[in-house]
Ligand binder design. Sequence first.
Ligand code: F6P
Length: 476
Amino acid sequence: MRAHSVLIASNRGPVAFTLSDNGALTMRRGGGGLVSGLSEVVRGTDVLWVCAALSDGDRGAVRQAPGGRLDQAGNDTGPVRMLDIPPPIFHRAYNAVANSTLWFVNHLLYNTPTAPQFDTRFRREWESYREYNGAFALALAEEAAHDAKVMVQDYHLTLTPAMLRVERPDLRISHFSHTPWAPPEYFSLLPDDVAAEVLSGVLGADHAGFLTARWAGAFMDCCEAFLGARIDRAARTVTHEGRTTRIGVHALGVNGAGLRARAAEPDVESHMTAIRDLVGDRRLIVRIDRTELSKNIVRGLAAYREFLGRHPEWHGKVVHLAFAYPSRHDLPEYREYTAAVQRCAKEIEDEFATDDWDPLILNVHDDYARSLAAYRLADVLLVNPIRDGMNLVAKEGPILSERCALVLSREAGAAAELGPDSLLVNPYDVSGTATALHEALILPEEERIKRGVRLREAATAMPPHRWFEDQLAALG
Ligand code: F6P
């Protein structure tokens, strides 16, 4: 094989398959920020995308494809190799280690009096994570041309760069973290050997990329604390065991023209009409998230509740449109969190709703066109994550609504660029967020427009194709 000169590796791939009762497979585009950004960039190119089969539908498709190459089985995917990793190994690697451990560490999500507990069960899960990372390394080693550039994505694949380097020292390898990186005091929750393995795994890359200088700094701090690596903070390099890895900051943004064109399509227009019919001329506070623990939806709703309690003059004049789409429902914490969001919404309804005013519309069913409609109508966009790698919602909103005021968590990566023109909040400070919602609602029109221009500029400064090119260039 060894045919491709640029390769991408990520857990979730550009397509997903659904298996119907009669055994037929239906293909759709893969979801999530990473996938939509990268899909746009590689469409029509020869870049090979290596990803994992996530469902029975995906596994069915892989089995019909020679060597897992979906494109060679006649699918209109572009070059994609999907890996059929045995389900128990995949689930331990994806759910137990990537999503329940590394994600929790990097987003500071543990309720530490009871979790985490690193026991013998975890060791089995960790072994599966190694196997899963090894399967990616092997596939990449098989597919990459001599001297090819391989771009490994995210916390699912922290060990792959080092494993791949052992197999194919000729390759130029990058790793990109789409999440925050934990500070050493929190990263130290991980068992020492696991912490060291994660860091050395990423350092197997020639270039390790992050969304903000803050996450890059935290990674370098961890390398110093846990590996004793030599750090040059000014030059952004980490030297460990005789090799130097360059650290890069690439603040992924949005393709403004593409997003505006999609948001002008008829399905979005009809959702706008439906929303207008529902809320009339009331002011709109919008939030759009996956129902993800890090997104802080419960505190966001609590802040809206406190705002309504403190400002009766707004009763009947404002509606909060909260879209909280399903995410990671294999994990009990996520199912419980969704229930907590729904409970909170019900309490707001019970306390404030009247015969002719619904203060909150919570929707838990994913609908991209409706989200775009909500952005276009928003007076205020609330983005209050506990911690977030970037948060592209904060960037998409201002692109689609010229007069939308942004209430933004200072812990979102996007705050580094959008902070000066947002109303920044401490995500744990419910009262502070309630105050910011009020200030955002009463922000003068002229100020909204002025801030909007700057927010749009920042949000579109590094669209996905530039972000991708920058990282290719960083590999020389
Ligand atoms: O934030 C990192 C990230 O990889 C996003 O790019 C993506 O939206 C999300 O996590 C993926 O989560 P999952 O694949 O578990 O739904």
